[in-house]
Design a protein around this ligand. Structure first.
Ligand code: MN3
Length: 239
């Protein structure tokens, strides 16, 4: 039997588990029409709650792979290339059958992560103004909202997301979706959401998803989320 100390074994196991989850990007994927924007802040901005390595792998490998795979699908189907992403996701049923899964998984992944990076990088705290009023009205107040959001995230089986949707009238609702599905696929708009795929938290939290869900609130940028709320009401919010 190999002699290996427990720390080496555990960290090795974590690295193996993390690498096993990293999708392989297409080396020859076309570079457009969809693009991966850089993270809007340094990868260590969300520490200690979300570590820099998780941010780098999550953005630079997972999100990049969704973009590359979506571009590969677009190179085969002009219908994919000719629509803005939020419209494309609302019209998956109209696409050729052999394009639907690629758009659902990779287009959904691109949209979800684009939103996700945007609403983090902040200092947490609480919303104010008309967003706070909407949370009080529709989600039972901020404390109840956090509790229900975290509970919903804990209940997602396997991979998926917890979202808050927003209507043009500013009404909010809490929903979960599996995999990379998004309410954009039903023509709805997303105010905010959290990624509960293991790749979002495994390096730091391993199997402790509930701990990750709780910590995530500390990195939210409520100014950005308030901006999304205003855009939803002005009907200019897309992704
Ligand atoms: Mn993810």
């Amino acid at each position: 039997m190999l002699l290996i100390d427990r720390r080496t074994f555990v960290s090795g196991a974590v690295v193996l588990a993390a690498n096993a989850k990293v999708p392989r990007a297409f080396a020859q994927a076309p570079s457009g029409p969809f693009t991966l924007d850089p993270l809007p802040y340094a990868a260590n901005k969300n520490e200690p709650h979300i570590d820099a390595q998780t941010m780098e792998i999550h953005h630079g490998r997972h999100h990049a792979a969704y973009v590359n795979n979506l571009n590969a699908a677009a190179s085969q189907h002009s219908a994919i290339a000719n629509m803005p992403l939020h419209q494309l996701l609302g019209k998956i049923a109209d696409l050729p059958e052999n394009a639907r899964t690629a758009v659902r998984n990779n287009g959904g992944g691109h949209a979800n992560h684009t939103m996700f990076w945007q609403i983090m990088g902040g200092a947490g705290g609480e919303p104010s103004g008309d967003l706070k009023a909407a949370i009080d009205r529709d989600l039972g107040g901020f404390a109840k909202f956090q509790e229900n959001f975290n509970a919903a995230g804990t209940r997602v089986f396997g991979s998926g997301w917890v979202f808050v949707t927003v209507t043009r009238d500013g009404a909010l609702a809490l929903v979960t979706r599996p995999n990379q599905d998004t309410p954009l696929m039903e023509g709805k708009r997303v105010l905010m959401g959290n990624d509960v795929w293991e790749h979002a938290y495994y390096l730091k939290y391993q199997n402790r998803r509930a701990e990750y869900l709780k910590a995530w609130w500390n990195v939210l940028d409520w100014d950005k989320i308030a901006g999304r709320y205003a855009a939803a009401k002005a009907e200019t919010l897309t992704i």
